[in-house]
Design a protein around this ligand. Structure first.
Ligand code: SF4
Ligand code: FES
Length: 349
């Protein structure tokens, strides 16, 4: 067993935006249940001792935590590199300055589309102008800015304009992430599902921009369409650990609904959770696999695909990911009806 090197710290599930593709669970952790500053301080110490070197401070919207600078400082003191994953709402120049002083190393800003009108429509809240100001504040602070755009039926045709926007805002890296269908995203799957033609057009546009710019353009594959499953999380319990706002610890940020007894950092150390908890050992390695994965030469490359997707679509997390063309359940991703309207995310209690 390797040590984890990455941690996703979900500081809160609360968020000012209401994106229909959100991968947070539909049952959001209540604000009253959130870990306090001292608990996050302890967690970063334990994470660093375990081998974690990189943390995404995420949510929900982590800027809603008034103690965010203290949390960043605690991670920095523990020797963990921090990246803020944010909608940008609330990221003023003053707040950015506080976070830089506390040791923040980079910012990943989300945007929903290339124009204010479309971005605000998808986010369910007027937020585009605040994102633009946040991008300017990050660039002025000297921190590296990454732009993250979740792609789907409603914005794939604007991918060229979205890349232009990222270049104009000063992004050093633009992540074009085709929607992964978990949480609210799964609930909205029909409305988000693109056509194969949209995907092919968008990928060609991205390829053209790769020839024109040095800015890193990441294309996260739409696994429903390729017949090839993604090596989800780099393997279960292999490289990454997720801490939920209420202290639950998960091998994957979408594993809330799996039938696992999720350990809590209020009861156990991260070291014990990583090494000994049943949840982290449930799908480690290849011993748990059934056919066709058990004898497949790709099983050590893609780890049988995604456990959360297998569970969400078949009710059994130990089945082959239906995104795989060899899965007996592959029709579950190829015979889907597309269309309909968004169900916007509800706020956390
Ligand atoms: Fe991967 Fe399993 Fe499909 Fe083989 S059968 S490609 S291991 S998901
Ligand atoms: Fe959880 Fe893939 S999203 S294992």
């Amino acid at each position: 067993m390797n040590a984890p090197w990455a941690m996703l710290a979900e500081l809160t599930h609360a968020c000012p935006l209401r994106c229909p593709y959100c991968s947070n669970p539909t049952e959001l952790a209540a604000r009253s249940s959130e870990l306090d500053t001292g608990e996050w301080r302890r967690i970063f110490g334990e994470a660093a001792a375990l081998g974690v070197v990189h943390a995404h401070l995420s949510g929900g919207e982590p800027l809603l935590r008034r103690d965010l600078a203290e949390i960043v400082a605690a991670a920095d003191r523990a020797g963990v590199y921090t990246q803020l994953v944010t909608s940008g709402v609330g990221l003023s120049e003053r707040r950015t300055g506080e976070l830089v002083a506390a040791g923040l190393r980079s910012v990943q800003l989300s945007v929903q589309s290339a124009t204010a009108r479309e971005s605000d429509r998808i986010a369910g809240v007027a937020s585009f102008e605040r994102k633009e100001r946040a991008a300017a504040a990050v660039v002025a602070s000297g921190l590296p800015l990454g732009l993250n755009v979740v792609l789907h039926r409603a914005n794939l045709d604007a991918v060229g304009e979205i890349i232009e926007l990222g270049l104009a805002w000063g992004a050093e890296r633009i992540e074009l992430a085709n929607t992964q269908f978990y949480g609210w995203g799964l609930l909205n799957r029909s409305a988000l599902l693109p056509t194969r033609e949209q995907l092919a057009r968008a990928e060609a546009v991205v390829q053209k921009y790769r020839e024109k710019t040095d800015v890193e353009l990441i294309w996260v594959i739409p696994d429903y369409f390729d017949g090839v499953p993604k090596p989800c999380m780099g393997g279960w319990g292999a490289i990454s650990i997720t801490v939920a706002p209420d202290g639950r610890v998960l091998p994957c940020p979408a594993a809330y609904d799996l039938p696992l007894d999720l350990p809590n950092t209020r009861d156990h150390s991260l070291g014990w959770i990583w090494e000994h908890s049943p949840a982290f050992n449930a799908y480690r390695g290849t011993g748990w696999m059934r056919e066709p994965c058990a004898s497949c030469p790709r099983r050590t490359l893609d780890f049988g695909g995604c456990r959360c997707q297998a569970y969400a679509l078949t009710g059994d997390a130990s089945r082959t990911d239906p995104a795989c063309g060899l899965s007996p359940d592959h029709h579950l991703v190829t015979e889907l009806a597309a269309g309909g309207t968004f169900t916007y995310r509800r706020p956390a209690r």
